[in-house]
Design a binder for this molecule. Structure first.
Ligand code: PRX
Length: 647
């Protein structure tokens, strides 16, 4: 937190929404946004009451917000249910035959699920969970590929008041253990496997390995997806289809307190242990509902496609909850974006006539590199709006996305938010605002951001600083699961009386925000958030490693890559064999996404006189930059000379 934040990106281009887009947009001019935004800050009770009233409540709230910093209760006293609002409400309104999901598996198999069918599937699975002894307040771990059962399982938990904890399928057995144990989960929902790049990604075997160390788990329910042979533990393990056969589809949604825990989602911070971000019911529902509606300008005939995995927050908020609360038709895809050919996604846009497409900058950069021929081969004229999320997007990738995918006609929204914020916080509204490539835009309704220095004082326009939120918002995290102190210390203490998000940013003269990236020890690899300390603890848990320091370095496609500096035990020497053993070890401890791109063996790590590793210096070494800045606190200068010479 002590390093100076310098803003270097200067981008002058602006892209206005086309007149035709503006004309039919939900919010078609800046003045309307401005008035609604003003109202959301000045009359928050009236503003949020109106939004919440568009959804179903079993009991209306007594107070819109009860705030005792840093603990919020939104819609206090109200009772509702997200599964009811995402399903029953639409079916009761006569939309039962509307398609909820056009789903495609990687091998090309297809399923179409309407809202009425989703309601039946969710009701059935909710009864399955109940029959297995899962009740309101229990935690359920979900470790699935991108198949409809992922959304069904989440909505079934929400229906009965069980709290889900989705674990990304790319995480290892060990990462699964950590998450199951921390949440004290009673049941695990998984599959025999999923398809990725033409291969079967085994999931059940990882669950079997994990459960040797998870005494809390009583039940495992497995979806048959690939037909691979799996071990079934009698008494504990059941096939989804066997249990579903005997269950009734009729399961009334439980009225839940607005602050009932909806889900836990683990995310990386600056310590070695991931944090269980806790989201609750009423505020999260209202926040994801409203942001989906306005940021994606959603209309009844849209075909919305968010390419995220349900293992990340984007899949929670902008596949399962936000779009379904809005009754949207969506595309869901299981596999790799370039399988079996680099035009897979574009062929699907064409086939399903997708209208709104939301993806990550990493994917955009990868597509840009693959060349214009792949998208050009398909009719993409159904698209009317594009979005990005997850990492800063470079203006070159932004303009490519707009020109080649959006045919120079689709507005692009760059949405900034986090696992912790639950919903989009900064964005342009596509019909109301000019977009500036590389800028996340303006605050969404009810969001009061600021750029401050370390003491919490506002910095001047265009100066870099820390991005903070000055007031609570409905979809905010409520705590770190089981650890209120950690919640307070991580988010509300470093800078007094504001939520500190971990990012550096600047705000330009027009009020647009430009995100400069994390200022803590978090790296963003292909839009996946990883703590450098987590990777370090994985490395030092290997018997050959004495000390490790991990930093990010810029990567053309992935945004950031991981570089590890490692010192070895005793007289061990580093070679390529050990490098690959260490990479495998990290994959085993966390998952393949955390494998270092580069491992430097070093005799010593550069430290200050008080023993702190000098990360700034390592970042410069990792990026191949000229070493500059103050190294006067460095304990042993020769360490740096050896490092810069190291391979
Ligand atoms: O650094 C910011 C970056 O991703 C972080 C949040 O990561 P996660 O909780 O995994 O959620 C990602 C999906 C919402 C932020 O602290 N980030 C997210 N969106 C953007 C971004 N950086 C720049 N521009 C964005 N649009």
């Amino acid at each position: 937190m002590s390093e100076r934040i310098e803003s270097v990106l200067h981008e002058e281009r602006r892209f206005s929404p086309p007149a035709s887009f503006r004309a039919s947009a939900r919010i078609g001019d800046a003045a309307t946004y401005q008035e609604l935004y003003r109202r959301s800050l000045e009359e928050p009770d009236a503003f949020w009451s109106e939004v919440a009233s568009e959804l179903h409540w079993f009991r209306r709230w007594d107070a819109v917000l009860e705030w005792e910093e840093p603990f919020a209760r939104w819609f206090a006293g109200g009772t509702t249910n997200l599964s009811y609002n995402a399903l029953d409400r639409h079916v009761e309104a006569g939309l039962g035959n509307k398609v909820a999901f056009f789903w495609e598996g990687e091998p090309g198999d297809r399923r179409v699920l309407t809202y009425a069918e989703m309601l039946r599937e969710v009701g059935t699975f909710a009864n399955v969970l109940k029959a297995r002894g899962v009740t309101k307040g229990d935690r359920v771990a979900i470790y699935l590929p991108m198949i409809p059962e992922a959304a069904i399982a989440m909505l079934a938990c929400a229906r009965i008041g069980a709290t889900h904890s989705v674990v990304f399928g790319g995480f290892s057995a060990q990462a699964l253990v950590d998450r199951i144990v921390d949440a004290d989960a009673k049941a695990v929902i998984t599959a025999d496997g999923g398809y990725r790049r033409g291969k079967v990604l085994p999931l059940k075997p990882a669950v079997d390995e994990a459960l040797q160390r998870c005494p809390s788990v009583e039940t495992v329910i497995t979806v048959r997806r690939t037909g691979s042979d799996v071990n079934m533990e009698p008494g504990r393990d059941h096939w989804w289809h066997d249990l579903a056969k005997h269950a009734s589809p009729d399961c009334p949604a439980e009225p839940l307190d607005a602050e009932h825990p909806l889900y836990i989602l683990y995310t990386s911070g600056s310590t070695g242990k991931p944090k269980g971000v806790l989201h609750t019911t009423g505020g999260y529902m209202v926040g994801t509902y409203l942001s989906t509606k306005h940021v994606f300008d959603l209309k009844p005939n849209d075909v919305f496609w968010c390419t995220a995995d349900v293992g990340w927050v984007t899949g929670h908020s902008y596949i399962v909850y936000g779009p379904m609360l809005n009754g949207a038709t969506q595309i869901m895809y299981e596999g790799a974006p370039t399988h079996p050919a680099p035009d897979r996604l574009w062929s699907m846009v064409d086939r399903y006539k997708a209208t709104v497409f939301y993806t990550a900058p990493t994917a955009i950069r990868a597509f840009m590199k693959l060349g214009d021929a792949h998208p050009s081969r398909h009719d993409l004229t159904s698209l009317r709006l594009l979005g990005t999320v997850g990492e800063p997007i470079n203006p070159e990738a932004w303009t490519w996305y707009r020109r080649v995918i959006g045919g120079d006609r689709c507005p692009v929204v760059d949405t900034w938010w986090q696992t912790e914020t639950g919903a989009i916080m900064l964005t342009t509204l596509p019909g109301a605002h000019d977009a500036k490539p590389g800028s996340a835009g303006l605050p969404f309704f009810g969001v009061e951001p600021a750029i401050v220095d370390v003491d919490g004082n506002d910095v001047a326009r265009d100066d870099g600083g820390y991005l903070v939120m000055k007031r609570p918002w409905p979809s905010m995290l409520r705590t770190v699961y089981g650890d209120d102190d950690r919640y307070r210390n991580q988010y509300w203490s470093e800078i007094p009386h504001v939520y500190f998000a971990g990012d550096g940013a600047r705000r330009d003269a027009d009020g647009y925000f430009w995100i400069m990236g994390r200022v803590d020890d978090v790296v963003n690899v292909s839009g996946h958030r990883l703590g450098t300390m987590e990777v370090e603890s994985a490395l030092v848990s290997h018997e050959a490693v004495a000390e490790a320091a991990v930093v990010g370095r810029p990567d053309e496609i992935k945004g950031q890559g991981i570089v590890a500096f490692v010192t070895l035990e005793g007289d061990r020497t580093g070679d390529d064999g050990l490098r690959s053993a260490l990479r495998d070890h990290v994959a085993k401890e966390i998952g393949s996404i955390a494998k270092p791109d580069v491992i430097h063996f070093a005799e010593a790590l550069p430290k200050t006189r008080s023993g702190k590793i000098m990360r700034r210096l390592l970042r410069s070494v990792a990026s191949g930059e000229e070493l500059s800045g103050d190294v006067s606190t460095l304990e042993d200068r020769s360490v740096v000379e050896k490092l810069t010479g190291a391979g």
